[in-house]
Design a protein around this ligand. Structure first.
Ligand code: EPU
Length: 358
Protein backbone atom coordinates (compact mmCIF):
# COMPACT_ATOMS: atom_id res chain seq x y z
CA UNK A 1 0.00 0.00 0.00
CA UNK A 2 1.36 3.43 -0.96
CA UNK A 3 0.75 6.42 1.31
CA UNK A 4 -1.64 9.07 -0.04
CA UNK A 5 -0.18 12.57 0.01
CA UNK A 6 -2.48 15.57 0.53
CA UNK A 7 -1.52 19.23 0.23
CA UNK A 8 -2.45 22.32 2.28
CA UNK A 9 -4.56 20.48 4.81
CA UNK A 10 -6.17 22.55 7.63
CA UNK A 11 -4.83 21.35 10.97
CA UNK A 12 -7.22 23.19 13.33
CA UNK A 13 -10.02 20.57 13.03
CA UNK A 14 -7.50 17.85 13.95
CA UNK A 15 -6.63 19.49 17.27
CA UNK A 16 -8.70 19.78 20.44
CA UNK A 17 -7.81 23.52 20.58
CA UNK A 18 -9.36 23.96 17.08
CA UNK A 19 -6.54 26.40 16.31
CA UNK A 20 -3.80 26.67 13.70
CA UNK A 21 -3.03 26.96 10.00
CA UNK A 22 -2.46 24.36 7.31
CA UNK A 23 0.06 21.59 6.78
CA UNK A 24 2.00 21.95 3.51
CA UNK A 25 1.82 18.16 3.10
CA UNK A 26 -0.31 15.69 5.06
CA UNK A 27 0.01 11.92 4.94
CA UNK A 28 -2.25 9.43 6.69
CA UNK A 29 -0.31 6.31 7.62
CA UNK A 30 -2.35 3.22 8.54
CA UNK A 31 0.59 0.75 8.45
CA UNK A 32 4.31 0.49 9.31
CA UNK A 33 5.18 0.38 5.59
CA UNK A 34 3.38 3.65 4.90
CA UNK A 35 5.32 5.31 7.74
CA UNK A 36 8.45 4.44 5.78
CA UNK A 37 6.95 5.91 2.57
CA UNK A 38 6.01 9.13 4.37
CA UNK A 39 9.49 9.56 5.83
CA UNK A 40 11.09 8.92 2.41
CA UNK A 41 8.81 11.58 0.92
CA UNK A 42 9.82 14.15 3.56
CA UNK A 43 13.50 13.32 3.04
CA UNK A 44 13.20 13.64 -0.76
CA UNK A 45 11.55 17.06 -0.35
CA UNK A 46 14.10 17.99 2.31
CA UNK A 47 11.29 18.99 4.66
CA UNK A 48 10.83 18.42 8.38
CA UNK A 49 8.14 15.93 9.41
CA UNK A 50 5.81 16.02 12.38
CA UNK A 51 3.87 13.11 13.81
CA UNK A 52 0.25 13.84 14.68
CA UNK A 53 -1.71 11.61 17.01
CA UNK A 54 -5.00 12.66 18.62
CA UNK A 55 -4.13 16.39 18.47
CA UNK A 56 -5.06 16.76 22.12
CA UNK A 57 -1.76 18.15 23.36
CA UNK A 58 -0.86 20.44 20.53
CA UNK A 59 -0.81 24.15 19.67
CA UNK A 60 -0.39 24.83 15.95
CA UNK A 61 0.85 28.23 14.72
CA UNK A 62 -1.54 30.40 12.73
CA UNK A 63 0.88 30.16 9.80
CA UNK A 64 0.61 26.37 9.90
CA UNK A 65 3.50 23.97 9.30
CA UNK A 66 5.57 24.12 6.14
CA UNK A 67 6.71 20.50 6.40
CA UNK A 68 5.06 17.07 6.26
CA UNK A 69 2.47 16.08 8.88
CA UNK A 70 2.31 12.33 9.35
CA UNK A 71 -0.96 11.19 10.92
CA UNK A 72 -0.36 7.78 12.48
CA UNK A 73 -3.51 5.69 12.21
CA UNK A 74 -2.05 2.26 12.94
CA UNK A 75 -4.82 0.20 14.51
CA UNK A 76 -4.97 -3.17 16.25
CA UNK A 77 -5.01 -4.68 19.73
CA UNK A 78 -3.34 -7.98 20.61
CA UNK A 79 -3.87 -9.60 23.99
CA UNK A 80 -1.61 -12.19 25.61
CA UNK A 81 -2.37 -13.50 29.08
CA UNK A 82 -0.72 -15.74 31.62
CA UNK A 83 -1.96 -16.44 35.15
CA UNK A 84 -1.20 -13.06 36.65
CA UNK A 85 -0.73 -10.59 33.85
CA UNK A 86 -2.02 -9.64 30.43
CA UNK A 87 0.13 -7.89 27.88
CA UNK A 88 -1.81 -5.74 25.46
CA UNK A 89 -0.04 -4.52 22.33
CA UNK A 90 -1.87 -1.53 20.87
CA UNK A 91 -1.44 0.24 17.56
CA UNK A 92 -0.32 3.87 17.96
CA UNK A 93 -3.50 5.13 16.27
CA UNK A 94 -5.88 3.45 18.71
CA UNK A 95 -7.87 5.85 20.85
CA UNK A 96 -6.39 5.80 24.35
CA UNK A 97 -9.65 5.98 26.29
CA UNK A 98 -11.13 3.10 24.28
CA UNK A 99 -8.15 0.98 25.29
CA UNK A 100 -8.62 1.92 28.95
CA UNK A 101 -12.33 1.03 28.72
CA UNK A 102 -11.54 -2.39 27.18
CA UNK A 103 -8.93 -3.14 29.86
CA UNK A 104 -11.35 -2.22 32.63
CA UNK A 105 -14.03 -4.40 30.99
CA UNK A 106 -11.58 -7.32 31.00
CA UNK A 107 -10.83 -6.64 34.67
CA UNK A 108 -7.22 -5.66 33.97
CA UNK A 109 -5.69 -3.20 36.45
CA UNK A 110 -2.98 -0.60 35.89
CA UNK A 111 -4.42 2.19 33.76
CA UNK A 112 -7.89 2.76 35.26
CA UNK A 113 -6.88 6.19 36.66
CA UNK A 114 -5.84 7.24 33.16
CA UNK A 115 -9.49 7.14 32.08
CA UNK A 116 -10.94 10.01 30.10
CA UNK A 117 -7.61 11.30 28.79
CA UNK A 118 -8.03 12.38 25.17
CA UNK A 119 -5.57 11.38 22.46
CA UNK A 120 -4.15 8.23 20.97
CA UNK A 121 -2.00 5.36 22.24
CA UNK A 122 1.06 6.67 20.34
CA UNK A 123 1.17 9.85 22.39
CA UNK A 124 1.17 8.10 25.76
CA UNK A 125 4.85 7.14 25.95
CA UNK A 126 6.00 10.42 24.40
CA UNK A 127 4.84 12.57 27.29
CA UNK A 128 4.51 9.74 29.82
CA UNK A 129 0.83 10.45 30.34
CA UNK A 130 -0.18 10.46 33.99
CA UNK A 131 -3.09 11.24 36.26
CA UNK A 132 -4.33 10.43 39.77
CA UNK A 133 -1.21 8.57 40.83
CA UNK A 134 -0.71 6.41 37.73
CA UNK A 135 1.69 6.97 34.86
CA UNK A 136 1.93 5.07 31.61
CA UNK A 137 5.56 4.28 32.48
CA UNK A 138 4.37 2.16 35.46
CA UNK A 139 2.89 -0.47 33.13
CA UNK A 140 4.55 0.05 29.75
CA UNK A 141 6.90 -2.79 28.77
CA UNK A 142 8.13 -1.71 25.36
CA UNK A 143 7.62 0.59 22.41
CA UNK A 144 7.90 -0.41 18.77
CA UNK A 145 9.07 2.62 16.83
CA UNK A 146 10.34 3.77 13.46
CA UNK A 147 13.87 5.20 13.75
CA UNK A 148 14.28 8.11 11.34
CA UNK A 149 18.09 7.98 11.73
CA UNK A 150 18.49 4.41 10.54
CA UNK A 151 15.21 4.04 8.61
CA UNK A 152 14.44 0.86 10.49
CA UNK A 153 11.91 -0.41 13.02
CA UNK A 154 13.24 -0.85 16.56
CA UNK A 155 11.90 -2.15 19.86
CA UNK A 156 12.70 0.03 22.87
CA UNK A 157 12.45 -1.35 26.39
CA UNK A 158 10.85 0.62 29.21
CA UNK A 159 14.29 1.58 30.58
CA UNK A 160 15.45 2.74 27.17
CA UNK A 161 12.47 5.13 27.03
CA UNK A 162 13.93 7.11 30.01
CA UNK A 163 10.65 8.15 31.55
CA UNK A 164 10.28 11.02 34.00
CA UNK A 165 7.39 13.42 34.77
CA UNK A 166 5.68 14.21 31.40
CA UNK A 167 8.91 13.35 29.61
CA UNK A 168 10.72 10.52 27.83
CA UNK A 169 13.49 10.00 25.34
CA UNK A 170 10.88 10.78 22.66
CA UNK A 171 10.34 14.40 23.69
CA UNK A 172 13.81 15.17 25.10
CA UNK A 173 17.15 13.68 24.02
CA UNK A 174 15.80 11.85 20.93
CA UNK A 175 13.14 14.39 19.97
CA UNK A 176 12.15 13.98 16.31
CA UNK A 177 14.00 10.67 16.00
CA UNK A 178 11.37 8.01 16.65
CA UNK A 179 7.81 7.50 15.45
CA UNK A 180 5.80 5.34 17.85
CA UNK A 181 4.12 2.46 15.98
CA UNK A 182 2.89 0.17 18.75
CA UNK A 183 3.00 0.16 22.54
CA UNK A 184 2.86 -2.83 24.90
CA UNK A 185 1.43 -2.49 28.41
CA UNK A 186 1.49 -5.14 31.14
CA UNK A 187 -1.65 -5.20 33.26
CA UNK A 188 -2.64 -7.17 36.36
CA UNK A 189 -5.43 -9.75 35.88
CA UNK A 190 -8.23 -9.12 38.39
CA UNK A 191 -5.98 -6.56 40.12
CA UNK A 192 -7.27 -4.07 42.66
CA UNK A 193 -7.69 -0.49 41.48
CA UNK A 194 -5.35 2.27 42.48
CA UNK A 195 -7.00 4.93 44.63
CA UNK A 196 -3.97 6.81 45.90
CA UNK A 197 -5.09 10.37 45.14
CA UNK A 198 -7.29 12.25 47.55
CA UNK A 199 -9.66 13.37 44.77
CA UNK A 200 -10.39 9.74 43.87
CA UNK A 201 -10.55 8.53 47.50
CA UNK A 202 -13.17 11.20 48.21
CA UNK A 203 -15.46 9.67 45.59
CA UNK A 204 -15.61 6.47 47.69
CA UNK A 205 -15.89 7.90 51.21
CA UNK A 206 -19.31 6.33 51.74
CA UNK A 207 -18.33 2.92 50.40
CA UNK A 208 -17.10 0.21 52.77
CA UNK A 209 -15.90 -2.35 50.19
CA UNK A 210 -13.03 -1.86 47.72
CA UNK A 211 -14.29 -0.19 44.55
CA UNK A 212 -14.10 -2.10 41.29
CA UNK A 213 -11.97 -1.00 38.35
CA UNK A 214 -15.14 0.09 36.56
CA UNK A 215 -16.17 2.23 39.54
CA UNK A 216 -12.75 3.88 39.63
CA UNK A 217 -12.91 4.54 35.90
CA UNK A 218 -16.35 6.13 36.31
CA UNK A 219 -15.13 8.20 39.28
CA UNK A 220 -12.07 9.49 37.39
CA UNK A 221 -14.24 10.44 34.42
CA UNK A 222 -16.60 12.31 36.78
CA UNK A 223 -13.70 14.20 38.38
CA UNK A 224 -12.23 15.06 34.98
CA UNK A 225 -15.63 16.27 33.74
CA UNK A 226 -15.94 18.56 36.78
CA UNK A 227 -12.53 20.04 35.92
CA UNK A 228 -13.23 20.39 32.18
CA UNK A 229 -10.49 17.83 31.55
CA UNK A 230 -12.86 15.42 29.80
CA UNK A 231 -13.69 16.15 26.18
CA UNK A 232 -17.39 16.75 25.83
CA UNK A 233 -18.49 17.47 22.27
CA UNK A 234 -19.95 20.97 22.02
CA UNK A 235 -18.75 22.18 25.46
CA UNK A 236 -16.69 25.35 24.81
CA UNK A 237 -14.76 24.75 28.04
CA UNK A 238 -13.20 21.73 26.32
CA UNK A 239 -11.67 23.60 23.38
CA UNK A 240 -8.27 23.31 25.05
CA UNK A 241 -5.17 21.17 25.23
CA UNK A 242 -5.84 20.00 28.80
CA UNK A 243 -3.21 21.37 31.17
CA UNK A 244 -1.48 24.21 29.37
CA UNK A 245 1.49 24.36 31.77
CA UNK A 246 3.46 21.62 33.48
CA UNK A 247 3.47 21.43 37.22
CA UNK A 248 6.84 22.96 38.22
CA UNK A 249 9.43 20.63 39.74
CA UNK A 250 11.83 22.58 41.93
CA UNK A 251 14.48 21.87 44.57
CA UNK A 252 13.60 21.61 48.28
CA UNK A 253 15.41 24.93 48.81
CA UNK A 254 13.43 26.68 46.09
CA UNK A 255 10.23 25.24 47.51
CA UNK A 256 11.08 26.61 50.97
CA UNK A 257 11.52 30.09 49.42
CA UNK A 258 8.29 29.68 47.46
CA UNK A 259 6.44 28.80 50.67
CA UNK A 260 7.69 32.04 52.22
CA UNK A 261 6.16 33.98 49.33
CA UNK A 262 3.05 31.86 48.81
CA UNK A 263 2.14 30.71 52.31
CA UNK A 264 1.78 27.23 53.76
CA UNK A 265 -1.28 26.35 51.65
CA UNK A 266 0.73 25.78 48.50
CA UNK A 267 0.38 22.17 47.22
CA UNK A 268 3.39 19.91 47.48
CA UNK A 269 3.66 16.54 45.73
CA UNK A 270 6.46 13.98 45.83
CA UNK A 271 9.01 14.10 43.01
CA UNK A 272 12.55 12.75 42.48
CA UNK A 273 14.81 12.77 45.58
CA UNK A 274 15.56 16.36 46.70
CA UNK A 275 12.84 17.74 44.45
CA UNK A 276 9.28 18.94 45.03
CA UNK A 277 6.44 19.14 42.51
CA UNK A 278 3.92 21.92 43.02
CA UNK A 279 0.63 22.86 41.32
CA UNK A 280 0.73 25.28 38.39
CA UNK A 281 -3.07 25.73 38.71
CA UNK A 282 -2.63 26.95 42.30
CA UNK A 283 0.14 29.40 41.34
CA UNK A 284 -2.01 30.77 38.51
CA UNK A 285 -5.05 31.17 40.72
CA UNK A 286 -3.03 32.82 43.52
CA UNK A 287 -1.35 35.16 41.05
CA UNK A 288 -4.82 36.62 40.56
CA UNK A 289 -6.33 34.72 37.62
CA UNK A 290 -9.69 33.26 38.47
CA UNK A 291 -11.43 30.44 36.66
CA UNK A 292 -13.22 31.82 33.61
CA UNK A 293 -10.76 34.76 33.18
CA UNK A 294 -10.82 36.12 29.60
CA UNK A 295 -8.38 37.92 27.39
CA UNK A 296 -10.13 38.51 24.08
CA UNK A 297 -11.33 35.22 22.57
CA UNK A 298 -8.90 33.22 24.75
CA UNK A 299 -9.47 32.48 28.39
CA UNK A 300 -9.20 30.10 31.31
CA UNK A 301 -11.64 27.27 31.72
CA UNK A 302 -14.51 28.08 34.06
CA UNK A 303 -13.64 24.86 35.93
CA UNK A 304 -9.80 24.80 36.11
CA UNK A 305 -7.16 27.52 35.88
CA UNK A 306 -4.63 25.27 34.15
CA UNK A 307 -6.70 24.84 30.98
CA UNK A 308 -6.38 27.68 28.49
CA UNK A 309 -9.40 27.63 26.21
CA UNK A 310 -10.35 28.88 22.81
CA UNK A 311 -13.67 30.55 23.54
CA UNK A 312 -14.47 30.55 19.82
CA UNK A 313 -12.50 32.24 17.08
CA UNK A 314 -9.25 32.45 19.06
CA UNK A 315 -6.04 32.01 17.10
CA UNK A 316 -2.65 30.83 18.30
CA UNK A 317 -1.49 34.42 18.91
CA UNK A 318 -4.44 34.95 21.28
CA UNK A 319 -3.45 31.85 23.23
CA UNK A 320 0.21 32.96 23.36
CA UNK A 321 -0.81 36.45 24.57
CA UNK A 322 -2.77 34.90 27.44
CA UNK A 323 -0.02 32.37 28.17
CA UNK A 324 2.55 35.21 28.38
CA UNK A 325 0.37 37.22 30.74
CA UNK A 326 -0.04 34.21 33.05
CA UNK A 327 3.59 33.13 32.88
CA UNK A 328 4.87 36.65 33.59
CA UNK A 329 2.50 37.34 36.47
CA UNK A 330 3.24 33.98 38.11
CA UNK A 331 6.95 34.71 37.73
CA UNK A 332 6.66 38.22 39.22
CA UNK A 333 4.57 36.97 42.12
CA UNK A 334 6.31 33.66 42.91
CA UNK A 335 9.65 33.60 41.04
CA UNK A 336 8.69 30.35 39.22
CA UNK A 337 8.71 30.11 35.42
CA UNK A 338 5.83 28.04 34.04
CA UNK A 339 6.69 25.91 31.01
CA UNK A 340 3.96 24.85 28.56
CA UNK A 341 2.88 21.23 28.44
CA UNK A 342 1.50 20.99 24.86
CA UNK A 343 3.75 20.59 21.86
CA UNK A 344 4.16 23.78 19.79
CA UNK A 345 4.12 23.21 16.01
CA UNK A 346 5.14 25.68 13.31
CA UNK A 347 6.28 28.49 15.62
CA UNK A 348 9.59 30.23 15.00
CA UNK A 349 12.55 29.44 17.21
CA UNK A 350 12.22 32.74 19.13
CA UNK A 351 8.74 31.74 20.38
CA UNK A 352 9.96 28.24 21.26
CA UNK A 353 12.93 29.49 23.28
CA UNK A 354 10.84 32.18 24.96
CA UNK A 355 8.37 29.56 26.23
CA UNK A 356 10.45 26.42 26.71
CA UNK A 357 13.83 27.64 28.02
CA UNK A 358 13.98 27.73 31.82
N1 EPU B 1 -6.03 24.27 41.73
C1 EPU B 1 -6.34 25.61 41.80
N2 EPU B 1 -7.24 26.10 40.90
C2 EPU B 1 -7.83 25.33 39.96
C3 EPU B 1 -7.52 23.96 39.89
C4 EPU B 1 -6.61 23.45 40.79
O1 EPU B 1 -5.83 26.33 42.63
O2 EPU B 1 -8.62 25.86 39.17
C5 EPU B 1 -5.03 23.76 42.68
C6 EPU B 1 -5.64 22.96 43.81
O3 EPU B 1 -4.89 23.27 44.98
C7 EPU B 1 -5.40 21.52 43.41
C8 EPU B 1 -4.10 21.62 42.64
O4 EPU B 1 -4.13 22.89 41.99
O5 EPU B 1 -5.29 20.68 44.52
C9 EPU B 1 -3.89 20.52 41.63
O6 EPU B 1 -5.01 20.48 40.73
P1 EPU B 1 -5.52 19.09 40.08
O7 EPU B 1 -5.66 18.07 41.13
O8 EPU B 1 -6.69 19.40 39.24
O9 EPU B 1 -4.32 18.61 39.20
P2 EPU B 1 -3.27 19.37 38.26
O10 EPU B 1 -1.96 19.35 38.97
O11 EPU B 1 -3.76 20.68 37.81
C10 EPU B 1 -2.40 17.22 37.04
C11 EPU B 1 -2.12 16.87 35.60
C12 EPU B 1 -3.40 16.47 34.88
C13 EPU B 1 -4.01 15.29 35.62
C14 EPU B 1 -4.27 15.72 37.08
C15 EPU B 1 -4.80 14.59 37.95
C16 EPU B 1 -0.17 18.12 34.89
C17 EPU B 1 0.35 19.31 34.15
N3 EPU B 1 -1.50 18.00 34.94
O12 EPU B 1 -3.22 18.39 37.01
O13 EPU B 1 -3.06 16.04 33.59
O14 EPU B 1 -5.22 14.91 35.02
O15 EPU B 1 -3.04 16.15 37.69
O16 EPU B 1 -3.78 13.74 38.36
O17 EPU B 1 0.61 17.32 35.39
C18 EPU B 1 -2.58 16.97 31.47
O18 EPU B 1 -1.42 16.68 31.66
O19 EPU B 1 -2.97 17.57 30.40
C19 EPU B 1 -3.56 16.71 32.50
C20 EPU B 1 -4.82 17.06 32.39
Amino acid sequence: MKALIHENVPLAPLTTFRIGGRARYFIDVPTEETVHDAICFAKQKNLPSFVLGGGSNLLVADTGFSGVVIKVDIAGLEWESDRHTTIVRAGAGEEWDRLVALCVERDLAGIECLSGIPGSVGGTPVQNVGAYGQEVSDVLTNVRAYDRHTDSVVELSRDECRFTYRASLFNTTAKDRYIVLRVAYSLRNHGTPSIRYHDVQREFEDKSSTPTLAEVRAAVRRIRARKAMLLVEGDPDCRSAGSFFKNPIISEGEFANLQLRAGAGIPRYPAAPGKVKTAAAWLIEHAGFSKGYSLGPAGLSTKHTLALVNRGGADAEDILRLAREIRDRVYDRFGVKLIPEPVFLGFDSAVCSEFFML
